[in-house]
Design a protein around this ligand. Structure first.
Ligand code: ADP
Length: 429
């Protein structure tokens, strides 16, 4: 309302000046001259005000000049707009300082890398964990400062959906866990955490399980040998002794299987990060497994549908164990036909095993790959299970960058699917 008033007052003033000019001019017999003089005065006044506006705009931090009228109103509007912008900028700067202060106080290393892959900012921990000094290293390429080839290829490929774990190469090195997020116009925020302690604990647990399993193997072989000998001896050929001997033999076989799977799991975990680069034809591997299982399950039918030349890079014995574990499970937990397929789908080699057996209730599915998790312990024991088969599959999948999916419905059947990165056709040729 006040602004409208100013406009109206300005218009009234202009009309009044023109009218006064006209009257004054008429008194001297020259009304047009009078109007022209009034217009010149109006123009001069506007020019003066415009000059004040121009001067203020050249140095807008000062208070705006008191020009009054319409120009005063325009100046006032610009000034308000400017003040609001300044306040918003200040709020933003405070938030940024707050964020930088909190990142600077972190024990994890935090880095900001710009779109050209140069360091824009780093906190104090970055110097301690990565040897990157800020501001000394500002503007330097990140890959010149973190020289690990594994980190460099992770950073260059640019798929940060999974974090990177950089294992120590020599004694005294740290184990670092990297997480990278993109923001802004191609900038990246990098967090690096020291997980050496966790790594050592994991290593101790792995070594412990591996050593215990290894140590148990020899006495068990001796016991099994004696049990087999006793079972064959004439003095023990009566029903009262044969039954306990049979049970001893069954339990020692079960323990042997357990130790075999534990040792195998520990081996897979130990070489998890080593490169598994043998070029393998999945269809040929499956055919081999099916032939081997044919003699163990002579009365069962395994239907296979395999595409030729589906190649992957990996470790033959690990993939053999994962694929055969899945097929053996399908044979163990169903009585009907088992279907095994392998095909190439875009850049993945997809292997699946389906059965129409007992199926698995939904609440168990997420836990099946845990060690020793069994839906029905007695049924698993009865069928020679150790509870480690799917844990082995999960580890093999992880070390081959494969996805492992389980679909199952109780009483209907199950489908276990492994999707591995397929080797490019040029590799195969
Ligand atoms: P196990 O040696 O007991 O078979 P696994 O780790 O191979 O151990 O499997 C874990 C559990 O998952 C099994 O005990 C079983 O209950 C369930 N399971 C695995 N495969 C199948 C299947 N094809 N159909 C039904 N249940 C299955």
């Amino acid at each position: 309302m006040a602004r409208d008033n100013i406009w109206r007052r300005e218009m009234r003033l202009i009309l009044l000046l023109i009218a006064s000019g006209f009257v004054m001019g008429a008194l001297f017999g020259r009304p047009v001259w009078g109007v022209c003089a009034a217009l010149i005065f109006i123009l001069a006044r506007w020019s003066y005000q415009l000059r004040a506006v121009h001067r203020w705009m050249a140095e807008p931090s000062a208070e705006p000049p008191e020009t009054g009228g319409v120009w005063g109103l325009i100046l006032d509007n610009i000034y308000q707009l400017q003040r609001r912008n300044r306040e918003a900028q200040q709020r933003l700067e405070t938030a940024l300082d707050y964020l930088q202060d909190s990142l600077a106080a972190m024990r994890d290393a935090a880095l900001i890398v710009d779109a050209q892959e140069n360091i824009a900012w780093a906190n104090d921990s970055a110097e301690f964990l990565l040897g990157i000094k800020f501001p000394d290293d500002q503007g330097r390429p990140l890959v010149n400062l973190i020289r690990s080839p594994i980190f460099q290829s992770y950073f260059e490929v640019g798929d940060f959906s999974n974090p990177l774990r950089l294992l120590p190469i020599s004694e005294g090195d740290r184990c670092l866990h990297f997480e990278i997020a993109r923001f802004g116009a191609g900038d990246r925020l990098i967090f690096a955490r020291d997980v050496t302690e966790n790594y050592r604990l994991e290593q101790m647990r792995r070594d412990f399980v591996g050593n215990v399993s290894h140590e148990l193997r020899t006495p068990l072989t001796v016991i099994k040998g004696y049990v087999d000998t006793l079972q064959a001896m004439d003095e023990f050929q009566n029903a009262r002794l044969q039954r306990p001997l049979e049970q001893m033999s069954q339990q020692t076989s079960r323990m042997e299987n357990l130790i075999r799977d534990l040792l195998w799991l520990s081996r897979i975990e130990t070489v998890e990060t080593l490169r598994k680069t043998e070029l393998l034809d999945v269809s040929i591997l499956i055919e081999e497994i099916v032939v081997q299982l044919g003699s163990a399950y002579p009365d069962r039918e395994i239907r296979i549908s395999l595409e030729n030349d589906v190649q992957v890079r990996g470790d033959r014995s690990e993939l053999h164990s994962a694929l055969s574990n899945l097929i053996v499970n399908a044979l163990k937990y169903s009585d009907s036909e088992v279907v095994v397929t392998c095909c190439r789908h875009e850049d993945r080699a997809v292997f699946s095993v389906s059965d129409t057996g007992i199926g698995i209730a939904q609440q168990h599915i997420a836990r099946l790959t845990e060690r020793f998790y069994r839906v029905d312990k007695s049924r698993s024991n009865e069928r020679g299970g150790t509870g480690l088969g799917l844990a082995i599959v999960k580890h093999v999948a992880a070390s081959h960058q494969a996805d492992f999916q389980i679909e199952s419905e109780l009483g209907i059947g199950s489908c276990f699917r492994l999707s591995l990165p397929a080797a490019p056709v040029s590799d195969a040729s």
